[in-house]
Ligand binder design. Structure first.
Ligand SMILES: *Cc1c(COP(=O)(O)O)cnc(C)c1O
Length: 400
């Protein structure tokens, strides 16, 4: 464990400014109608009939899975990539369903489609979750084609891809139902939060009914939220980020599996903070795009098919030669405060205490990704010098 005092880059960041906090507090006093307005703006931008704002991406997943299950009560398995965010199995298990895993295709962060085809034959399968990991678009169309006329839903996990596009289509709207996360370190953040989008009447109406009874944040929880936002808005800057990083109870940058999380409606404070979300997303995206292109300019390619322009990556993933190289890079990055992160530490079947996985194959490509992946920070708080320093450190270790 390296203790560094001095400029330290966070691995991902969507900064929150004083004016966001001010409009959040204004939203707090306006109440529920500000949340409705946020949902209406999203519906019109994404051209979908239903949008619901909740307390996290995980909460969004729980609601969606329960709604889908109401349509096909005999189906209880959820098929996800064997390498993904631990929040996904946390939510599936919280909702009472079984996790089914599909290995990844070599050199990508997307499904191995030959394996996917086999997995789709399970008669208990409720839905498949293609995932735009780190903002890299997954091939949702191909999943839909494979499913063809079967009664299996496509749930698009765009948690890390709000504002992203693929072939002129907006990510989040490609499946039967989609979700975004507004958590820390996502494409756009209100500290925590999740959004559900669907144009499917059946799914939309069930969600509408289920969400009608859901409580929002109480006053005390809202106050806690406001205090956390104020703290984060300062502590996320590279000149001070070393400080919260030294505090182990904050668990910064750690990935853990935890099916116990609150499920609420988004608060009016958060909806207020999200005011002018579209402009903010475009600004964050523009800053990331400069850094993504700079890194790509060094001849470094992220895993995945990159047809034409580089995607709106929120962290730039790189598969390095082997796990020794990965460890060496992470140690150097810690010492130098460069913000390089190791991605999720293992494939989903390797999570301690996960239980409940309905297909016990092995997932060698997902394991290999976990061993070799690093992610480079590209957010708006990176200076030109930060990118240069990082690439200088990486260059001798990436060329092999
Ligand atoms: C973050 C994330 C989630 C869950 O979102 P939270 O808002 O953190 O609950 C789900 N899927 C993926 C791929 C994520 O990165």
């Amino acid at each position: 464990m390296v203790m560094r005092i001095g400029r330290t880059i966070p691995p991902a960041a969507s900064p929150i400014y004083l004016k966001d906090i001010v409009s959040g507090i204004a939203g707090f006093f306006q109440g529920e109608r500000i949340v409705k307005r946020f949902e209406d703006e999203l519906k019109s931008f994404y051209q979908v009939r239903y949008c619901f704002a909740v307390s996290s991406g995980k909460a969004a997943l729980v609601f969606i899975l329960q709604a889908l299950h109401e349509i096909y009560p005999e189906r209880n398995e959820v098929l996800i990539p064997a390498y993904t965010c631990y929040s996904v199995p946390s939510a599936i298990i919280r909702a009472g369903f079984k996790v089914r895993l599909c290995d990844m295709a070599q050199g990508t962060l997307d499904f191995d489609f030959d394996r996917l085809k086999e997995e789709l034959d399970s008669p208990r399968l409720l839905c498949v979750i293609p995932t735009h990991l780190f903002g890299m678009p997954a091939d949702v169309e191909r999943v839909k084609t494979l499913i063809s006329k079967r009664d299996i839903f496509v749930l698009e996990d765009a948690a890390q891809a709000m504002g992203g596009e693929w072939n002129g289509k907006k990510l989040g709207t490609l499946g039967n139902v989609g979700l975004f996360s507004l958590g820390r370190g996502k494409a756009f953040s209100t500290l925590e939060g999740g959004l559900i989008l669907t144009d499917n009447d059946l799914i939309g109406r069930i969600l509408e009914k289920r969400l009608a009874d859901i409580k929002g944040y109480g006053v005390l929880d809202s106050l806690k939220l406001i205090l956390n936002v104020v703290a984060l808005s300062v502590l996320i800057y590279p000149w001070i980020y070393w400080l919260p990083k030294l505090l182990p109870f904050l668990k910064l940058g750690e990935t853990y599996f935890n099916p116990f999380f609150p499920i609420r409606r988004l608060s009016s404070f958060q909806a207020g903070m999200a005011k002018k979300w579209n402009t903010k997303i475009n600004n964050l995206k523009a800053a990331r795009s400069i850094n993504n292109n700079k890194i790509a300019g060094y001849g470094i390619n992220p895993p995945g098919v990159c047809r034409g322009a580089i995607a709106d990556l929120i962290r730039f993933p790189v598969l390095v030669a082997d796990s020794d190289t990965k460890m060496k890079i992470l140690r150097k990055s810690e010492r130098m405060g460069l913000g390089i992160s190791g991605g999720y530490p293992d494939s989903i079947d390797g999570i301690d205490g996960i239980g409940n996985i309905s297909n016990k194959n092995s997932f060698p490509v997902a394991k290999d990704i976990a061993e070799r992946i690093i992610t480079l920070p590209v957010h708006s708080l990176m200076s030109e010098g930060d990118v240069k320093n990082m690439m200088q450190m990486l260059k001798p270790l990436l060329i092999h």
